[in-house]
Design a protein around this ligand. Structure first.
Ligand SMILES: NC(=O)C1=CN([C@@H]2O[C@H](COP(=O)(O)OP(=O)(O)OC[C@H]3O[C@@H](n4cnc5c(N)ncnc54)[C@H](OP(=O)(O)O)[C@@H]3O)[C@@H](O)[C@H]2O)C=CC1
Ligand SMILES: O=C(O)CCC(=O)C(=O)O
Ligand SMILES: [Mg+2]
Length: 473
């Protein structure tokens, strides 16, 4: 079955039922060490995970780690250009849950991202990246503790599908000619637009199915959060990219108001309902005027549309959502992508789950991690219905590779997410406690040490792992 690797002789497979993992007491879990700083981070992470599991379950539970290869390490073992060997794919398919360090992707030419390939091969459609603050972490922000968001990023499509043509390539030129001469002129709304003949071309597919399954998962997650955090924000640049990003928003609202009708209220619905609650005799037109600030300048058709929206909301959900009942529902709103970047800084406590397309979520998760202390504190998970791969938000940080100085916090916290996903909450809690106390005691790696005032002597990557374990108590 395998060419160059051998699974552990003890342990059992994690299986899946209805999208949920069924975890034996001794699961076999494949891991990819990763390129660059993976060499430092993975051993530190494995040590912390094993120590927490041993302390929490006293031998009743343990992980049998299965080393599999990707990136540079895979080429060393399997040969030139063997970046993602079949052995690795077979192992992840077989064992269902895996964890990985970062993998290098060259800019411009060269191989396409192995990280993205793994998400696509295993249909890991939700990239879940929580950004929360651990007390004592230095931050460029005055109130980093106010940010507690989870970026829920669509993980399989958008421009990450990687369908693009190089400038000057034969097919790229043919595509531009076809667009310029046939398809654009046949689309009246595009007028006389033309694509420059010296352009590279990329395709950005956003599907209804892909968008809705992501939003569905985000909604199910929101239902598990404390009441005050039950909110899902659809992030998009739909004012500019109407049929991709705008459609993501529309499909999101369509999904939540059909599949989660009793559990949710949209922001606009909440305005309509509360206008009626404040003034029971308000006319539909005045209600429409209050929810749309530019109402009086709109065309008669647009005004009629908003009045109809008001009446539809009141006729359909007033009994289940009116008289303040909507305040107990999951709030679903949407924000334009550029605006959410400033909102998470200026009004961080107004947000909870941020449901995004692939590219926006990539940007936003780094930005949110920066607020709570940087990329060393940004964990993540790639989740599908029959597989999950846990990995940090950051990359290989090559300039720090092999120096035993990088912050392993994000991969350790990705391990915490994995333990929680497996239902091993006691071990997860021990690690969160250990990490919180290490940071609170200013026992931190270089990235956080340099931001502390006064600065402290940094711990090595391996020492930080030890400090976490010591603080298990
Ligand atoms: N999922 C994955 O495997 C990902 C892979 N990549 C790939 O990684 C490679 C390098 O990408 P790059 O753009 O440099 O981004 P990186 O995220 O690797 O690093 C950028 C900078 O972020 C800081 N940083 C990153 N990780 C940590 C950490 N664990 N602890 C503390 N600080 C950290 C460092 O800043 P400073 O030096 O200022 O301290 C580092 O130089 C690329 O090939 C890219 O494609 C990128 C993202 C995700
Ligand atoms: O795959 C890569 O190299 C980068 C991916 C990335 O930045 C991310 O998933 O956050
Ligand atoms: Mg990224």
């Amino acid at each position: 079955m395998y060419d160059k690797i051998t699974p552990p002789t003890t342990g059992a497979k994690i299986t899946f039922k209805n999208g949920e993992p069924i975890v034996p007491e001794n699961p076999i879990i494949p891991f990819i060490r990763g390129d660059g700083t993976g060499i430092d981070i993975w051993p530190a992470t494995q040590k912390v995970l094993d120590a927490a599991i041993a302390k929490a379950y006293k031998g009743q539970r343990q992980v049998s780690w299965f080393k599999v290869y990707a990136g540079d390490e895979a080429c060393d073992l399997y040969g030139t250009y063997q970046y993602l060997p079949q052995d690795t794919l077979t192992a992840i398919q077989e064992y269902g849950v895996a964890i990985k360090g970062p993998l290098t992707t060259p800019v411009g030419g060269g191989i396409r991202s192995l990280n993205v390939a793994l998400r696509q091969i295993f249909d890991l459609y939700a990239c879940v990246r929580p950004c929360r603050y651990y007390a004592g972490t230095p931050s460029p922000h005055k109130n980093p503790e106010k940010l507690d968001v989870i970026v829920y990023r669509e993980n399989t499509e958008d421009i990450y599908l990687g369908i693009e043509w190089r400038q000057g390539s034969e097919i790229g030129d043919r595509l531009i000619k076809l667009l310029n001469e046939e398809l654009i002129p046949a689309t009246p709304e595009h007028g006389k637009k033309q694509i420059p003949l010296d352009a590279g071309i990329g395709i950005k597919p956003i599907s209804k199915g892909g968008s809705q399954r992501l939003v569905r998962r985000a909604m199910k997650h929101a239902m598990l959060l404390p009441k005050q955090k039950q909110q899902v924000t659809l992030v998009h640049k739909g004012n500019i990219m109407k049929y991709t990003e705008g459609a993501f928003r529309d499909w999101g609202y369509e999904l939540v108001t059909s599949e989660f009708r009793q559990e949710c209220v949209t922001e606009r619905e909440s305005w309509i309902l509360s206008n009626k609650e404040k003034n029971p005799s308000i006319s539909s037109e005045d209600n429409a005027r209050q929810i749309d600030p530019g109402y009086d300048a709109l065309t008669p058709e647009k005004k009629a549309q908003i009045v109809k929206e008001v009446e539809t909301v009141l006729n359909s959900i007033w009994p289940s959502h009116g008289n303040g009942q909507w305040k107990d529902k999951i709030m679903v709103n949407d924000r334009i992508a550029d605006s959410i970047f400033q909102q998470i800084q200026t009004r961080p406590d107004e947000y909870s789950i941020l449901a995004t397309m692939n590219l926006n979520g990539d940007y936003l998760s780094d930005a949110a991690a920066a607020i709570v202390g940087g990329l060393g504190m940004g964990p993540g998970a790639n989740i599908g219905d029959a597989c999950a791969i846990f990995e940090a938000t950051h990359g290989t940080a090559p300039k720090h590779a092999g120096l035993d100085r990088i912050n392993p916090g994000s991969v350790i916290l990705s391990g915490v997410m994995m333990l929680e996903y497996m239902g091993w909450q006691e071990a997860a809690d021990l690690i969160k406690k250990g990490l919180s106390e290490a940071i609170a005691n200013s026992q931190v790696t270089y990235d956080l040490a340099r931001l502390l005032e006064p600065p402290v002597e940094p711990l090595k990557c391996s020492e930080f792992a030890e400090a976490i374990i010591q603080h298990f108590g």
